[in-house]
Ligand binder design. Structure first.
Ligand code: ME8
Length: 707
């Protein structure tokens, strides 16, 4: 059986997952499910990239160790994928011991092959991208636009320059090594322009994997992280089962966002060549998810999360939207408006209605047994047209998905769905049912058989993109097993004679758009406010950071979910993935978060937090955000705008004139698009999460520092 092994990027754990991360992981899950439907032994790996300056700093800011910080956020990624029903086979965390050993092994091989030397480097370094860049320290990084810093180090260097020709040869011999073509051209141009040796160790960073034999160095985070693709499937282990797995699975295909193509298509193959290890099969690059015309990213403060969408519309609807709306490889915009529109038009109207009409008529007219056409029946033009559309959808989807043209493949299935809806209108089975002659009865059997057979095709073809709904339809059709049947073996006319269908429930209940959007916004606000007031309440302690974001002050995810379930019963009830385990897992962490205590820190660490007394000058609600208030706070030297997740405990009226304590030296961030320049300190009730503001007597001057 042929094997197919795919990887997603290993996501940084400096923040919790957003829809951009979910997009890559959903695509990987879909591709793997699709390959399995072609009879391949397909699987994918995902995981988290946990070392480096960025994470070290984020942990410092949270007042906990990098390991604690990484543990908390890695768990969030895993939980997110589990809740969305994403079936990764391997999850690698780069802070695992097995990984450190494997990175050291790769390095030793590179060294033994003469591709490593020691040298000194001083230059402009982008902490965010973990990359030296051209220009002077202080210049902005060409990739992310943040100011660079000066870094001088004695480093281990990798002779990347020696790999220019081997890389060019690779791209030439394997034109499909980098897909799509546009990305390949960018990489070609980059390599043709010449490659400089690459510094692959750092002495300025403590949070990393030590270089064997020279422990004051840690490995450059990209060398470390890329090796995770190997470790995650057993490389470096002595156990025979691990060695065998690695042999079986490697080389992989790598699915990545377009901004990290260079690391995967240039550095990574060069590292592997230097270590004498087999090269990846290829790099598949996708575009960015945009929100309000900009790349969705934590630093831009414009992220959307998957969880509210899963709760209101179900994870299938999210998968469908991302694969149908975004032309794979290109950037695409996300909005709740278009998400709910697609849900209503494509899923509820087109597919959902087709299924419920057909199944209801089979119940009503044939006692719940799928009718079979009489032997030797003469097919009419309309019948043949459906068969043609079904086979066309099968062939086009297969071809399109093979080339990662998901939207195109789905369009073909929707042509079949539209064709079947038209067919029912043209054939009027309800009118045939009113006539009592045997000809009409026989025609009715043929029409409903064709519709049911069409539904069977649709369920199989959509099983990789909408696995939960395809399976529900499969079960309603009374068929055995699940919808993830072989696509290459899918042929017309295979519904068993006298097949009894199961009770019917709507696949996608129609949603009132405004209500659904309001609900999505409410859940989003609650979760963001919980994340931010979780930090506020706990002073960014280990307790806050080691529990998932929604824990400290917000209703527990279970409570939020209950609200979702009562407000939009059909969608929430039909959400296919395991709600109960998600709620249980989150509940456990909420408890851990409440009872956990912060790791001890040195006084110097505390001194880094600039806490000041301030006076609230103005306070107002933020439209559409139930938990957030926008405040202006006078801190003596200036007046700051701060967004605080306290609207459920305090009204604007309660606050104006009140003395509060703020953390003044936090990076500004945006909440619901509103910039927050600092954070209000509050205590969080461990049971209810209700925030209580920390205050000081009225005579304390504004700007007084807390020490
Ligand atoms: O780059 N649209 O991690 P990362 C689409 N740790 N995809 C997006 C996205 C968006 N707006 N935002 C993020 C790293 N992604 C490194 C990778 S691999 C050995 C190390 C997805 O947390 C997309 O796949 O910044 C992108 O490449 C990845 O998340 C970046 O994740």
């Amino acid at each position: 059986m042929s094997r197919f092994f795919l990887t997603t990027p290993l996501y940084y754990v400096n923040a919790r997952p957003h829809l951009g991360h979910a997009y890559s992981t959903i695509v990987a899950d879909t591709v793997v499910r699709f390959r399995q439907q072609l009879g391949e032994n397909a699987s994918f790996l995902t995981g988290t990239d946990e070392h480096g300056q960025k994470i070290q700093r984020a942990a410092e800011a949270a007042g906990i160790t990098p390991q604690q910080f990484a543990d908390a956020n890695a768990a969030r990624f895993r939980e997110e994928w589990d809740r969305l029903g994403l079936r990764y086979s391997y999850f690698i965390r780069t802070s695992e011991a097995r990984h450190a050993a494997a990175v050291a092994a790769v390095f030793r091989r590179m060294q033994a092959n003469g591709h490593i030397y020691k040298g000194e480097y001083s230059g402009a370094y982008c902490v965010h991208d973990e990359l030296y860049v051209e220009g002077q320290p202080g210049d902005v990084c060409p990739t992310c636009g943040r100011p660079t810093e000066k870094l001088t180090e004695e480093n281990y260097y990798f002779r990347l320059s020696a790999f220019q020709q081997p890389l060019l040869k690779l791209y030439e011999e394997q034109p499909e090594f980098i897909r799509p073509e546009s990305r390949r051209n960018e990489v070609l141009a980059f390599v043709q322009a010449g490659l400089r040796d690459l510094s692959i160790s750092r002495t300025s960073i403590r949070w990393g994997i030590p270089v064997p034999g020279d422990e004051k160095h840690v490995f450059y985070v990209w060398l470390d992280a890329l090796c995770g693709y190997l470790t995650g499937i057993g490389y470096g282990s002595e156990l025979p089962a691990d060695r065998q797995r690695f042999q079986d699975l490697w080389p992989a295909w790598h699915l990545v966002g377009k901004e990290i193509v260079r690391f995967h298509a240039v550095y990574w193959p060069a590292f592997l060549m230097a270590a004498g290890l087999p090269l990846p099969r290829g790099i598949i690059a996708h575009g960015w998810l945009l929100f309000e015309e900009e790349k969705m990213s934590k630093s831009r403060g414009n992220v959307v999360r998957a969880e509210p969408i899963r709760r209101v519309l179900g994870s299938d609807a999210l998968r469908y939207f991302l694969l149908r709306e975004i032309s794979f490889g290109q950037d695409g915009s996300f909005s709740y408006d278009s998400l709910v529109s697609r849900y209503n038009s494509d899923l509820a109207n087109d597919w959902g209605n087709l299924a419920s009409r057909t199944l209801n008529m089979i119940h009503r007219y044939f006692g719940g047994k799928i009718p079979y056409p009489a032997a030797g029946v003469a097919w009419l033009h309309g019948d043949l047209e459906i068969m043609r559309l079904a086979e066309q959808a099968r062939d086009e989807l297969r071809q399109a998905f093979d080339q990662h043209h998901f939207a195109r493949g789905l369009e073909s299935v929707w042509q079949l769905i539209a064709g079947l809806n038209r067919y029912l209108v043209d054939q009027e089975p309800w009118a045939l049912a009113e006539k009592n002659d045997s000809g009409s009865r026989s025609r009715l059997a043929t029409v409903l058989h064709i519709a049911a057979e069409g539904l069977r095709f649709i369920a199989v073809l959509l099983a990789s993109v909408l696995p939960g709904s395809a399976n529900r339809l499969w079960t309603q059709l009374g068929l055995e097993g699940d919808a993830a049947q072989r696509i290459d073996g899918l042929t017309w006319g295979k519904i068993p004679v006298d097949q009894a269908i199961a009770p019917i429930e709507p696949l996608f209940p129609r949603l009132e758009k405004a209500v659904a959007i309001e609900q999505l916004r409410r859940l989003e606000t609650e979760s963001e406010a919980a994340a931010s007031s979780g930090q506020a309440a706990a002073g960014q302690s280990a307790a806050a950071a080691s529990a998932p974001p929604a824990d400290a002050t917000a209703p527990t995810p279970a409570a939020v979910m209950d609200k979702a379930a009562t407000a939009v019963p059909p969608a929430a009830a039909s959400a296919p993935t395991a709600n109960a385990p998600a709620a249980a897992a989150a509940g456990t962490q909420a408890a851990a978060g409440a009872s956990g205590s912060a790791a001890r820190i040195a006084i110097d660490d505390f001194a880094k937090v600039d806490m000041r007394v301030g006076e609230v000058k103005t306070a107002e609600r933020i439209p559409g955000a139930t938990k957030l208030l926008k405040l202006t706070v006078d801190i003596g030297t200036e007046t700051r705008q701060i967004v605080a997740g306290i609207a459920e405990a305090y009204t604007p009226f309660d606050l104006v004139g009140k003395k509060v304590v703020i953390v003044a030296n936090l990076e500004p961030r945006k909440l619901r698009g509103v910039e927050s320049n600092g954070m209000i300190v509050a205590a969080s009730d461990p049971a209810t999460g209700k925030p209580t503001l920390v205050s000081v007597p009225a005579e304390t001057p504004n700007g007084a520092r807390l020490r």
